[in-house]
Design a binder for this molecule. Structure first.
Ligand code: BGC
Length: 506
């Protein structure tokens, strides 16, 4: 389970909150895989991919960032504070009292950063748009100077042949709306978000056609509101009941639905609209039909997926998850679920880790297996090395939710590593190369079995402000020296660059 916004002094666990083709069959047999595993594989047509781990020619290779984590320029050109600007200033909430005031200074260095992207060879870039830069008070007047920054950025991207994919909200919602009505505790937030989407798309929709409404609803709701305890995530409000937390989830889903409608109404060009979800992945510990069925059950009914991914894709909360919530279930108004279940053009999947499951003779029919203490972990307490999570997450969207042709983009995947620059000025982040190779092997498996995985955005293009961990955790394939803002491509950058160039796993 991911607990990435908590720092050890605040909370230690996120849980606290709460038929294959003949060709493949032959390959399976040749690999000595038992018949029971082969029969557990899906009855899908494998894509005729060459067996050198090539990806389809139209597969998107990209990298991702988020506004608050890289832009800096917190008080420039009319931007007003977001909830994260405020949260960073509460003693003890963010390591070392770090803030996003300067971050990677991308606001001033975006041209050099786009050149870096071109050097990497990506043709797709996912970035965040800052709501308090566009509408500083959260509602009302649009700050055209803020919009201009994204015009400059997207023009530069397009000049380099890079398609912009914009996330309208990656957690930095306006502080003014927290002050006015408590952000996600109010339904007003969904309406204000939709209006912000509309104003932004009207102005930038001539150059951006790939939109993502909201990043990871789970994090700023479940982790932004703590029942009787300090939550690790902005706005950081302590609430009295779980029902209040679930209500924030409902309002965020509503914001997404109204946002989709607003984008489609405002766009001057055909557009693709996505929601970005960090849904949980459950891996059958041994690939037998029984364990795969167990993974399927866990996928839809565990609380996180059952209250975020399932309603967004199907227009209804998972019945078992709702039942488990009992009186804590959110209040739902007439028409809400239809709005929430807007058809999506793309599903964005942020995948870092996962949980192993097996069939069990209990009421649920499955059990989630605890990881042993020595289980391999990257440089983050929640980031266990579970590469199969990527494949199983993608597969379950088809298999457990029936969304067999909904295009999926991996909108984030990566890891923190404890990088140091050598005397020669290199960063040899070989553990990141190991991580990427293993996760991308699972992306290749998903594509070759015919699941609709269409692209991969690495998190992140560069080291950045890692939320409550401040600058103490590095997720980039580019090292950033925060004192000088010098960018140094790491070994993983060179590896990914070659993968992109050859369009195959190396
Ligand atoms: C978030 C990023 C974050 C990354 C690593 C994702 O959940 O969207 O903003 O930096 O995880 O924690």
């Amino acid at each position: 389970m991911k607990d990435h916004q908590s720092i050890p002094t605040v909370l230690t666990s996120r849980r606290n909150f709460l038929s294959k083709t003949a060709g493949l069959a032959a390959a399976v047999a040749a690999a000595g895989v038992p018949a029971s595993i082969a029969s557990a594989r899906p009855a899908r047509m494998a894509k005729s991919l060459p067996d050198d781990f090539s990806f389809p020619p139209d597969f998107y290779w990209g990298a991702a960032t988020a506004a608050y984590q890289i832009e800096g320029a917190a008080n420039e050109d009319g931007r007003k504070p977001s909830v994260w600007d405020t949260f960073c200033r509460i003693p003890g909430r963010v390591k070392n009292g770090d803030t996003g005031d300067v971050a990677c200074d991308h606001y001033h260095r975006f041209e050099a950063d786009v050149k870096l992207m071109a050097e990497l060879g990506i043709k797709h870039y996912r970035f965040g748009i800052s709501w308090p830069r566009i509408i500083p008070d959260g509602r009302g007047a649009v700050n055209e100077k803020g919009v201009d920054f994204y015009r400059r950025l997207t023009d530069t991207l397009l000049q380099h042949g890079i398609t912009p994919h914009a996330t309208l909200l990656h957690w930095d919602s306006p502080q003014a709306l927290e002050d006015r009505y408590g952000s996600w505790r109010s339904r007003e937030m969904a309406k204000d978000f939709a209006e912000y989407c509309s104003q932004t798309v009207k102005r930038l929709g001539d150059r951006i056609t790939d939109w993502m409404t909201i990043n990871e609803i789970y994090c700023f709701t479940y982790m932004g509101y703590g029942v009787g305890q300090v939550p690790p995530h902005a706005p950081g409000t302590i609430v009295k009941s779980r029902k209040e937390v679930l209500q924030t989830v409902h309002h965020a889903l509503l914001a997404h639905g109204l946002g989709c409608q607003a984008i489609r109404a405002a766009t001057p060009k055909p557009t693709r609209v996505a929601l970005v979800v960090n849904f949980e992945s459950y891996i059958p510990v041994i690939e037998t039909p029984e364990n795969i069925e167990a993974a399927r059950k866990a996928f839809v009914s565990e609380e996180h997926n059952g209250t975020v991914l399932v309603p967004a894709l199907t227009g209804a909360y998972n019945a078992q998850a709702l039942e488990a919530l009992g009186a804590d279930a959110p209040d739902i108004q007439a028409g809400d679920m239809k709005t929430i279940g807007q058809p999506l053009d793309v599903l964005g999947y942020n995948i870092y880790t996962g949980s192993y499951v097996r069939a069990a003779a209990n009421a649920r029919g499955y059990e989630i297996l605890p990881l042993p203490r020595e289980y391999p972990q990257m440089h983050m307490p929640w980031l266990n090395f579970v590469p199969e999570s990527l494949y199983w997450g993608v597969r379950m969207v088809s298999e457990a939710l029936g969304k067999k042709s909904l295009p999926i983009l991996i909108t984030e995947n990566g890891c923190a590593t404890d990088d140091t620059v050598t005397a020669k000025g290199e960063v040899l982040d070989l553990s990141r190369v190991m991580y990427l190779r293993s996760y991308l092997r699972n992306a290749h498996r998903a594509v070759s079995e015919g699941y609709p995985l269409k692209g991969y955005f690495h998190w992140s293009l560069m080291d950045n402000f890692e939320w409550s961990w401040g600058y103490t955790r590095r997720f980039g394939i580019t090292h950033v020296d925060y004192a000088t803002q010098r960018r140094t491509p790491k070994q993983s950058f060179r590896w990914y660059q070659q993968v992109i160039k050859e369009n195959r796993l190396l």
